[in-house]
Structure formats: structure tokens, C-alpha cells
Ligand binder design. Structure first.
Ligand SMILES: *[C@@H]1O[C@H](CO)[C@@H](O)[C@H](O)[C@H]1NC(C)=O
Ligand SMILES: *[C@@H]1O[C@H](CO)[C@@H](O)[C@H](O)[C@H]1NC(C)=O
Ligand SMILES: *[C@@H]1O[C@H](CO)[C@@H](O)[C@H](O)[C@H]1NC(C)=O
Ligand SMILES: *[C@@H]1O[C@H](CO)[C@@H](O)[C@H](O)[C@H]1NC(C)=O
Ligand SMILES: *[C@@H]1O[C@H](CO)[C@@H](O)[C@H](O)[C@H]1NC(C)=O
Ligand SMILES: *[C@@H]1O[C@H](CO)[C@@H](O)[C@H](O)[C@H]1NC(C)=O
Ligand SMILES: *[C@@H]1O[C@H](CO)[C@@H](O)[C@H](O)[C@H]1NC(C)=O
Ligand SMILES: *[C@@H]1O[C@H](CO)[C@@H](O)[C@H](O)[C@H]1NC(C)=O
Ligand SMILES: *[C@@H]1O[C@H](CO)[C@@H](O)[C@H](O)[C@H]1NC(C)=O
Ligand SMILES: *[C@@H]1O[C@H](CO)[C@@H](O)[C@H](O)[C@H]1NC(C)=O
Ligand SMILES: *[C@@H]1O[C@H](CO)[C@@H](O)[C@H](O)[C@H]1NC(C)=O
Ligand SMILES: *[C@@H]1O[C@H](CO)[C@@H](O)[C@H](O)[C@H]1NC(C)=O
Length: 419
């Protein structure tokens, strides 16, 4: 009979103890600065310009950090999980204290004016998955310790002033889905380690200008790759046949480099390709008929290269093609295959500055969406066909460029007389 009393008594004093402890913790929380708060206040102190007073008026100790603009807390333990200062026009640096936000999952500072280098203390952010620093003025090397952050998924350092080469340690982050380094000042090669990033979906190095060397065949191991952007760099060599394994590839951007060799016919077996940029390189050989297999293709840019031969009839199978640009591939010759008339989504057809001859096939009249037709600087013959006037795009926006100026003028006069 005594026992229940005792139990009751014991549980009563436990409740009282708990109530006491909780009120004590409450006082602690309101009077003492939590570690996360002190990290954020350190960041605030490193903001040198906040033109809209976003942090100045909002990040104040009168409210919980979980109500601060740009902050999301874990609902269980009130620790900061998202720090999102995207597009707030802030100028400043990242203080080492940010490395104390040990529950941080997303760090988003995109589109501000942060500068300086990345403090090594960020290596303590073991839960970090999203790291977006694009469009700031960060400088220095891409730190190799980034490679030891175990949960990275989306890493974007684009539009900054990072220099040096891509650290091989990035190859350790096998969780990576997005690696965006475009518009920086990086140099060096793409290392073989890239082939370890088996979950990579987007790899973008566009516009670094000085990244050089050849494409390592290891990229062919990235079977989830959807977008590969290597344009506007200094790559050379031919395209490794291993790229044919990229069955999910939708965007292949290789323009503005010094790639050589034939335009590979295996490109025609990439089943999901929508955008193929090969322009401003030194590709030779002929345009492979196999390209006609890529019926998903929407944009085909081949201008400023060196292929020869004809346009293969198979191009007429590319029923989703919107832009076909062959400008300035001088040795390209022959006549325009009538099959081009099957490309009913075509908006831009640029064949200028080549060695084409013959007359314009009447089938082009089916190109009802055509807005740009550039045929200048060739050896086309015959009269400007009157059916051109039936194409709905034909107004002064439409760029018709044929053999002689007088022909163009007479055509325009004819067109005016029709309206
Ligand atoms: C700070 O900003 C957040 C989000 O915009 C807002 O909910 C909160 O009321 C603001 N706090 C203060 C003190 O202005
Ligand atoms: C980050 O902030 C920007 C600007 O306030 C907002 O548009 C975006 O949805 C936010 N993203 C996340 C993941 O919170
Ligand atoms: C970048 O931030 C500026 C404000 O500083 C804003 O006007 C602009 O729309 C933002 N751009 C993007 C792409 O978010
Ligand atoms: C947070 O980090 C800074 C710099 O890395 C360190 O000096 C400080 O002791 C840390 N503060 C807390 C509260 O952990
Ligand atoms: C980058 O930031 C500048 C200045 O805020 C802005 O004008 C520009 O639109 C931004 N570009 C992108 C791609 O976000
Ligand atoms: C990370 O990138 C993937 C792949 O594009 C995207 O689907 C996802 O929404 C991104 N995650 C976040 C939180 O931004
Ligand atoms: C990038 O860094 C270089 C060398 O440190 C410097 O000369 C240049 O002005 C910087 N560019 C930008 C856009 O910050
Ligand atoms: C990360 O990669 C580097 C270089 O590729 C390697 O030397 C290092 O051992 C790797 N570290 C971890 C933790 O896997
Ligand atoms: C190539 O990249 C540089 C630097 O990012 C840029 O200034 C230039 O406009 C880019 N060229 C093209 C054709 O995109
Ligand atoms: C990746 O590709 C390279 C070269 O194509 C190959 O030698 C290597 O075995 C591949 N690695 C894996 C893990 O598949
Ligand atoms: C691709 O096209 C070529 C030539 O047009 C043809 O011989 C080949 O069978 C096609 N391959 C596939 C996989 O459709
Ligand atoms: C494409 O055009 C050619 C020539 O104009 C024609 O012979 C062929 O039947 C067309 N193919 C399709 C699938 O419409």
C-alpha cells in the first residue's frame, strides 16, 4: 500500500524538478546568446553594405533567430538548417564562425557582392547539401577541403573570380548532383577523378576560357549526366567515344574551343540530346548522317568549323529542330536537300558563307515558323522564288540574304507590293 504513494511522490518531485529545469533553460535561452546566434551575428558584423537594411533591421536579439529573414530552423532543436541570403544586395565576407552552424544543410548566398576567400572552418559543416555562391566576387583557389564534405549535392560557384585549377578532391564527393563552376578564371585540366562522381547530373565549366587539355574518357562513366557544358574554354583533341554512354544527355555544349577531328557519328546514338553546340572549333570530316537519328534535337550549332561534303538528307528526320546553323563552314557544299522542308518547327536556318549552289528547294515553303533565313555568301543560282512571299515570317525582320544586293532589293520591293 505504501508503494503507490511513494511512486506518486517520486513522480511529483520529478515533475517539479522538470518544471524548474525547463524554466531555467528558458531563462538561459532568452538571456544567453546561443552558438548559432553568435555565428549569425558574426556574419552580420562582416556585412559592410546592406543597402536595404534587411539584416540591420531584422537580425536583432529581440526575436528568435528562427524568425530572422533568410533563416530556417530545425523544428525539433531550433538549430539553423537553411541560411538563404539570395539576392539581398549584400556586400561582405564569410566569417569563420559560419563553420559553427553545425546543423546547416543549405548555404545560399547567390547574387550578392560577397568577396574574399572561403574560410577553412566551413569544413565543419558536415550536413551541408546545398552550397550556392554564384554571382558574387569570391576569389582565390577552390579549396580542396570542399572534397571532404560528405553530403554535398549541389555545388555552385559560378560567376565569381575563383582561380587555380579544379581540385581533384572534388572527385570524393560521390553524392554530387550539380557542379557549376562557369564564368570563373579557372585553368588546368579536367582530372580523371571526375569519373567518380557517378550521381552527377549537371557539370558546367563554361566561360573559364583557360581550362585546357582533352576531355577525359572517364566522363563516360557519369551515366546520370543530363548537361555537359565545356564551352568557351581552351580544350583540344577529339571527342572520346566513351561519351556515347551518356544515355541521359540532353545538352552537350562544346562551342568556342579548339576541338579537332571528325564530327563523331556516334553522336547520333545519344537518344535524348536536345541541344548540340559544336560551333567555333576545328571539326573536320563530313556531317554524319547519323545525326538524323536524334529526333529529340532542337538546336544544332555547327558554325565556324571545317567539315566538308553535303548536308545529309537524314537531317530532314530532325522533326523537332528549331535552329540549324551551319554558317561559315566554308568547304560545305552541294545543294539544299528538299528534306529540310520537313522541319516544320524550324525558326532559324543559317547556311551563309559556305559553298552551296543550286536553287532554293520549293519545299522550304513549308517552314511556317521560319524567322531567320540566311543564305548569303554562297553560289546559289536562279531567281528568288516568289513562294517565299507565302512564308508567314516574311517581313522586314526576316533576314534573307542571297546572291546580289539588287536581287534582295527587288525582292523586298516585291514584298512591299504584296502588303
Ligand atoms: C524579419 O523578417 C521576417 C521574414 O521576412 C519577418 O517574418 C519578421 O517579422 C521580421 N522581424 C522583424 C523584427 O522585423
Ligand atoms: C531563398 O531566398 C530567395 C529570395 O528571398 C527565394 O526566392 C528562394 O525561394 C529561397 N530559397 C530557399 C530554398 O529557401
Ligand atoms: C540579383 O539581385 C539583384 C538585386 O541586387 C536583382 O535586381 C536581380 O533581379 C537578381 N538577379 C537574379 C538572377 O536573381
Ligand atoms: C565559433 O567559431 C569561431 C571561429 O571559427 C571560434 O573562435 C568560436 O570559438 C566559435 N564559437 C562558438 C560559440 O562555438
Ligand atoms: C549578377 O549580379 C548582378 C549585380 O547584382 C546582376 O545585375 C546580374 O543580373 C546578376 N546575374 C545573374 C546571372 O544572376
Ligand atoms: C539540387 O539539384 C537537383 C538537380 O538539378 C535539383 O533537382 C534539386 O532541386 C536541387 N536541390 C535544391 C535543394 O536546390
Ligand atoms: C579577379 O582577380 C584578378 C586577380 O586577382 C583581378 O585582377 C580581377 O580584377 C578580378 N576580377 C573581378 C571581376 O573581380
Ligand atoms: C579525397 O581525394 C584526394 C585526391 O583525389 C585523396 O588523396 C584523398 O585521400 C581523398 N580523401 C578522402 C577523405 O576520401
Ligand atoms: C567567354 O567567357 C568570357 C569570360 O567569362 C566572356 O567575357 C565572354 O563573353 C565569353 N564568350 C562567349 C562567346 O560566351
Ligand atoms: C571509368 O572510365 C574509365 C575510362 O573510360 C575506365 O578505365 C574506368 O574503369 C571507369 N571506372 C568505373 C568505375 O567505371
Ligand atoms: C543511325 O543512323 C545511321 C545512318 O543514318 C543508321 O545507319 C543507323 O542504323 C542509325 N542508328 C540507330 C541506333 O538508329
Ligand atoms: C521529307 O522530305 C522528303 C523530300 O521533300 C520526302 O521525300 C519525304 O517523304 C519527307 N519525309 C517525311 C517523313 O515527311
Amino acid at each position: 500500500m505504501e508503494r503507490p504513494e511513494l511512486l506518486k511522490c517520486a513522480s511529483m518531485s520529478f515533475v517539479m524538478f522538470c518544471t524548474f529545469a525547463m524554466s531555467f533553460l528558458d531563462i538561459e535561452a532568452t538571456t544567453n546568446i546561443t552558438p548559432d546566434q553568435s555565428s549569425l551575428l558574426a556574419l552580420k558584423a562582416h556585412i559592410t553594405h546592406d543597402p536595404h537594411n534587411l539584416l540591420a533591421n531584422n537580425w536583432t536579439s529581440s526575436t528568435s533567430i528562427c524568425n530572422w529573414v533568410g533563416i530556417t530552423c530545425d523544428s525539433q532543436n531550433s538549430r539553423v538548417v537553411v541560411l538563404n541570403l539570395t539576392s539581398m544586395s549584400l556586400t561582405g565576407t564569410i566569417p569563420p564562425h559560419i563553420g559553427n552552424l553545425s546543423f546547416l544543410v543549405q548555404l545560399r548566398l547567390r547574387n550578392n557582392s560577397f568577396h574574399g576567400s572561403l574560410p577553412i572552418e566551413l569544413v565543419h559543416l558536415r550536413k551541408l547539401e546545398i552550397f550556392h555562391l554564384g554571382n558574387n566576387s569570391f576569389q582565390g583557389d577552390i579549396p580542396s577541403w570542399l572534397g571532404s564534405l560528405p553530403k554535398f549535392q549541389n555545388l555552385s560557384l559560378s560567376i565569381n573570380n575563383f582561380t587555380g585549377s579544379i581540385p581533384p578532391s572534388l572527385g570524393n564527393i560521390t553524392t554530387l548532383r550539380i557542379l557549376e563552376l562557369w564564368n570563373n578564371n579557372l585553368q588546368g585540366n579536367i582530372l580523371e577523378e571526375i569519373g567518380n562522381l557517378i550521381n552527377l547530373e549537371i557539370f558546367d565549366l563554361y566561360g573559364n576560357q583557360q581550362i585546357s587539355g582533352t576531355i577525359p574518357p572517364h566522363i563516360g562513366n557519369l551515366s546520370f549526366l543530363v548537361e555537359l557544358h565545356l564551352g568557351n574554354n581552351s580544350f583540344h583533341g577529339s571527342l572520346p567515344v566513351e561519351l556515347v554512354h551518356l544515355r541521359r544527355l540532353e545538352v552537350l555544349h562544346l562551342g568556342y574551343n579548339s576541338f579537332q577531328g571528325e564530327i563523331p557519328s556516334w553522336l547520333g546514338s545519344l537518344p535524348k540530346l536536345q541541344i548540340l553546340y559544336l560551333h567555333v572549333n576545328t571539326f573536320t570530316g563530313s556531317i554524319p548522317p547519323s545525326l538524323g537519328n536524334i529526333t529529340t534535337l532542337r538546336i544544332l550549332q555547327l558554325w565556324n568549323n571545317n567539315p566538308q561534303g553535303n548536308i545529309p538528307e537524314e537531317i530532314g528526320n530532325l522533326i523537332n529542330l528549331e535552329i540549324f546553323d551551319l554558317y561559315g563552314n566554308q568547304p560545305i557544299s552541294g545543294t539544299i536537300p528538299p528534306h529540310i522542308g520537313n522541319l516544320s518547327f524550324l525558326v532559324e536556318l543559317c547556311l551563309g558563307n559556305n559553298s552551296f549552289h543550286g536553287s532554293m528547294p520549293v519545299e522550304l515553303v513549308h517552314l511556317h515558323r521560319l524567322e531567320v533565313l540566311h543564305l548569303g555568301y554562297n553560289s546559289f543560282q536562279g531567281e528568288i522564288p516568289s513562294w517565299l512571299g507565302l512564308a508567314p515570317c516574311l517581313n522586314f525582320k526576316c533576314y534573307i540574304s542571297m546572291l546580289t544586293l539588287s536581287q534582295v532589293l527587288s525582292h523586298l520591293l516585291w514584298e512591299i507590293s504584296q502588303h
